[in-house]
Design a protein around this ligand. Structure first.
Ligand code: DX5
Ligand code: ZN
Length: 233
């Protein structure tokens, strides 16, 4: 069994750099830059052209990233029937693996399977999926991912209602007696970082705000600074 569980302590802030907006011809260079800038996680968006309109990255690229990255790989599966690919992405080097509640028909089984492989398991909510969708699964999760754009593309505008959604997710988790990290993904930048942290987000995914900047290393530092007084452990 693969055993590579990494701790994502609740209450501390982590920056997950989304390589979707990186230069794919210079991935190693770009990953090294955000790691120097203090990125805690490397966020990898896997899209299948069915669950979302776009097609992006598969296991060969994840495996290649694993060879050069020094931070845990946070693999976000935007694919139908994600259970079919859990073992492949674990084998390729995922440290955190998240599946959409809208795509995983037997979510409980899929989450249990991810955890059985020694990888942190997360459930993802699309913007239109209510926080209450987590009620029966909250106790099984290692983390929750709240989409603050409709998944499929980088560089989209943050949906403002996502701030209230974070609060509702936090309430659902608290009612279930669990305080797992809440990740937010989509349109995160220096202007909204403090708001999402105040609402309960503890892992901030950023693609365009980091790799769309002239200096991704500095942009990673700036994003953490924008989170306010909250800092990572
Ligand atoms: C969107 C992806 C995101 C995306 C975020 O479907 O899940 O991870 O890369 O990119 P930005 O920060 O540019 O919105
Ligand atoms: Zn993502």
């Amino acid at each position: 069994m693969t055993q590579r569980t990494v701790a994502v302590p609740p209450g501390t802030i982590q920056i997950a750099a989304s390589i979707l907006s990186a230069d794919f011809a210079e991935l190693g260079r770009d990953i090294a830059a955000v790691e120097r800038g203090g990125a805690d996680l490397i966020h990898i968006d896997v899209m299948d052209g069915h669950f979302v309109p776009n097609i992006t990255i598969g296991t060969p690229v994840v495996r290649a990233i694993k060879r050069v990255a020094t931070r845990p790989l946070d693999v976000h599966l935007m694919i139908e029937q994600p259970e079919r690919y859990v073992d492949d992405f674990v084998g390729a080097g995922a440290d955190l693996l998240s599946v959409h509640v809208e795509a995983a028909r037997h979510l409980h089984r899929t989450i249990a399977h991810i955890k059985s492989r020694g990888v942190l398991a997360g459930a993802v909510l699309n913007p239109s999926t209510p926080a209450s969708a987590l009620e029966e699964i909250a106790g099984e999760l290692d983390f929750v991912l709240v989409m603050s754009v409709n998944p499929g593309f980088g560089g989209q505008e943050f949906i403002p209602q996502s701030v209230e959604k974070l609060r509702r997710v936090r309430e659902v988790l608290a009612r279930g007696g669990c305080s797992v990290p809440i990740e937010i993904d989509g349109g995160i930048d220096h202007a909204n970082a403090a708001d999402v942290v105040a609402a309960g987000a503890t892992i901030l995914v950023a693609g365009n705000a980091i790799f769309g900047a002239a200096d991704p290393e500095a942009a990673t530092r700036a994003l953490r600074a924008a989170c306010g007084s909250a800092t990572r452990a």
